[in-house]
Design a protein around this ligand. Structure first.
Ligand code: ZN
Ligand code: ZN
Ligand code: FE
Length: 763
């Protein structure tokens, strides 16, 4: 019997080949009707026998196009007959279509890859091949609705062959907006540092020329999806060192790209989950444990026990890595702390001192987007930097937003977040908001998101730190009436709740480098009882002077001296510790005087700084060149043995004293216990502290869920030790997964809190 049914599919279903997919399925299942995009997704209007319709429905649910993210499917059954005579794809009903999510950038699909390397294909070795299942999206979009005229592909006029594919509903490139070929699409060019055309040798094309230059140890700037990479042969020590010098990047690990999984496996330990993550369409940089016999230069990732690996994600990468048995360094195209270059002119201005040769193209990148960084922890994917491949896909919330809200995030590793209805539009990684260029990325990013998703926030949330540029921005925007400041560590815990789509009160453990406290001091080792509305501070590391403010962050030995001073008083100068040999006595005395007088010594309860101090006590890192470096080296050093830990002392008011930890640690140093065991004992001490505090809070407050957030929990060893203890003690654990535990996740928490305050009528 013939019936008529409408299926409404919501989620990321536009620009991902959904309509051609339905068209194909309609022929297979012999149903007639129409398919079109509407404001919220795709509408499929079907007429046929109910069994056929059910069959097509099953295809949608079980085998949707690879890039589609189906959020909701609604069916309207028993509609009056329309007597369709065929099945057609209708032009979109674009009215209000701005609510439809824009797809993320997607790694080259298997079909395109096959064509790329088939001599008979008309796109053989074309470095910009793509289709509806893959290719650039977010990084080429200028406006909405998503079509070619609103992407940077509007610079290229389609040739007749491309147009035929673009207009044919049976073709894999039907409405693939970035479609192109060597006759009509973007082209590569190779130029030297002065911007002059670089001539390949006879017999070479641009790709083989670039490959040769890499073999010769040259540094190339290669334009990718979201910006330029600086690229060199990872096996060439001199090239790697030269890149470090020129980029002013002393120690921060370089990301690597390998031609295939087989290459990665030879150099790092890869689990099944890590394999899947490496091969996912998002293609993040995945942190993998180094193989001891890998034979890669130590300088690629000094002091870390992991390498950051990714697999190729654009046709250009595949061509560049073809036949290459070793990895390439693929680090962001910038000088030290500046944002990555994404425009040809900008790269030509800023990178000549670093790159010898530029391999670039003329497809404009509309928004600067860094690579994402992820790892697998206890079988779960954790994003450490959520950017290309993930942003701007909205995150489903566990609540419905009362109003549209903008949250401005923190200062370091900034992201911002906009929420509407049940969705959070968390931005790509913006970077450290410490210079004008990054601030521009931040403000441009906010307006770009507002335009793409048609968002008009009525409330803006910001960090309480008065000096953050994100805070100053929030206070200065005139067209958003509601403003709300949110405490940094409360935001961390709320972010963890929102990440897990949880709500209600939890025991919140927020540990990081620093965040502005409710009392104006610098917090970072905090135990909170918190929900989306409020956070009560029930415990924290005892305050300690942060001598010289930010100088103490760059020089962990200062924190080591402060912890010694706290544990031993002025007597600490008489100790004979290994690291004293690396600092002159006069500096230690000056520091002690500064602290005693309280000059230029803000007080801090930061756990990140305690990790720094321990790292310096062990003589590991007296000075660091990037945030978290000391803690990473401490984690790397720690032996697997975790039987005995040091003990913190917790007083009746929940203030935690590290004195006993420091004293026992110093005792071990004097007894010449191996540093690897000392590092392990310290990690165990922190894990044990978190367990004890959690048990105490559970007993008093009847809470059994613990949320862990803040940059300290990017320490995989600590997270493992804590998780095991909490699980054994019967706690329910909330950790981060979809958003970073560090400050890259703060904006989501700010938005969640602002929303709860709104709903409660408190804004
Ligand atoms: Zn493809
Ligand atoms: Zn063409
Ligand atoms: Fe933080």
């Amino acid at each position: 019997m013939t019936t008529r049914t409408q299926i409404l599919v919501r989620g990321i279903v536009q620009g991902v080949g959904f309509r051609p997919f339905i068209h194909t399925q309609a022929q297979r299942h012999v149903v007639k009707g129409r398919v079109y995009n509407d404001a919220a997704g795709v509408v499929i209007d079907l007429e046929g026998d109910s069994k056929s319709i059910a069959g097509l429905f099953e295809e949608i649910i079980l085998r949707p196009p690879p890039l589609a993210v189906i959020d909701k499917v609604e069916c309207r059954v028993g509609l009056p007959a329309a007597n369709y005579e065929d099945f057609q794809i209708l032009e979109s009903v674009v009215e209000g279509a701005k609510a439809v999510p824009i797809s993320v950038d997607v790694a080259t699909c298997a079909d395109c890859l096959r064509e790329l390397f088939s001599p008979s294909d008309r796109r053989f070795r074309y470095p910009f091949i793509n289709c509806t299942n893959c290719g650039p999206r977010f990084t080429i979009v200028e406006g909405v609705p998503y079509d070619r005229q609103r992407t940077s592909m509007r610079d290229f006029e389609m040739c007749p062959s491309c147009r035929r594919e673009y207009e044919n509903p049976w073709d894999r490139r039907f409405h693939a907006e970035p479609i192109g070929c060597s006759n009509c699409g973007p082209v590569l060019e190779l130029v030297d540092a002065q911007g002059n055309k670089f001539n390949p040798r006879s017999g070479e094309d641009l790709i083989s020329c670039a490959q040769r230059l890499l073999r010769e140890g040259k540094i190339l700037a290669v334009k990718g999806l979201g910006g330029f990479h600086l690229v060199c042969d990872a096996l060439n020590h001199e090239a790697v060192n030269r890149l470090r010098e020129r980029k002013y990047r002393q120690a921060k690990p370089f990301a690597l790209m390998a031609a295939s999984l087989a290459v990665v496996r030879r150099l790092a330990v890869v689990s099944a989950e890590e394999e899947a993550l490496l091969q996912s369409v998002q293609r993040p940089i995945v942190l993998l444990e180094k193989r001891p016999d890998a034979g890669l230069p130590v300088t690629l990732a000094p002091g870390a026990k992991t390498f950051g690996f990714m697999l190729p994600y654009t046709p250009l990468h595949y061509l560049l890595l073809e036949n290459r048995s070793g990895p390439l360094v693929m680090t962001s195209g910038n000088v030290s702390d500046e944002p990555i270059c994404f425009e040809n002119s900008e790269a030509a201005r800023r990178l000549p001192g670093i790159a010898d040769v530029f391999l670039r193209h003329n497809r404009r990148i509309t928004i600067r987007t860094d690579d994402s960084v992820a790892r697998v922890q206890a079988g779960r994917v954790q994003l450490l930097r959520r950017s290309r491949g993930y942003a701007p896909a909205p995150l489903r919330l566990g609540f419905r937003a009362a109003k549209e809200i903008l949250a401005c995030g923190a200062e370091l590793k900034n992201t911002f977040c906009l929420v509407r209805d049940e969705w959070a539009y968390l931005s790509h990684h913006i970077g450290d908001l410490e210079n004008l260029e990054t601030l521009d990325s931040f403000t441009n990013g906010i307006s770009h998101f507002q335009k793409l998703f048609d968002l008009h926030p009525e409330v803006v949330a910001y960090d309480l730190h008065p000096d953050y540029l994100s805070t100053k921005y929030a206070l200065s925007v005139e067209d958003i009436p509601g403003k709300v400041g949110i405490q940094h560590h409360h935001a961390h815990i709320a972010s963890c709740l929102a990440d897990n789509r949880a709500e209600g009160e939890v025991i919140g453990v927020a540990m990081d480098g620093l965040g502005w406290g409710a009392d104006g001091k610098i917090w970072g080792g905090e135990f909170l009882v918190a929900d989306f509305i409020q956070a009560e501070r029930v415990g924290h590391l005892a305050y300690l002077p942060l001598p010289g403010g930010t100088q103490a962050i760059k020089e962990p030995w200062r924190m080591a001296a402060m912890y010694l001073w706290q544990a031993y008083g002025d007597e600490f100068l008489n100790l004979n510790l290994p690291f004293f040999g690396q600092v002159d006595r006069a500096s230690l005395k000056t520091l002690q005087k500064m602290a005693a007088a309280g000059v230029n010594c803000p007080e801090t309860s930061s756990m990140g700084r305690l990790f720094d101090a321990v790292s310096a006590l062990l003589g590991l890192k007296l000075k660091v060149t990037y945030e978290g470096q000391a803690a990473i080296e401490l984690e790397t050093l720690a032996a697997a043995d975790d039987s005995v830990g040091y003990r913190f002392e917790i007083d009746g008011t929940g203030v935690i004293h590290a004195g006993p930890v420091i004293q026992n640690l110093v005792g071990d140093l004097i007894d010449e216990i191996p540093a690897s065991r000392i590092a392990a004992r310290f990690h165990v001490a922190v894990a044990q502290l978190i367990l004890e505090m959690a048990v105490d809070i559970r007993d008093r407050q009847k809470l059994k869920r613990v949320a862990l957030s803040g940059g300290v929990f990017q320490n995989g060893l600590l997270l493992k030790l804590v998780s095991r203890r909490l699980a054994d003690a019967g706690f329910e654990l909330l950790a981060h997964s979809r958003v970073p535990a560090g400050d890259g996740g703060i904006a989501l928490g700010q938005a969640a809190i602002a929303n709860a305050l709104l709903a409660a009528g408190r804004i």
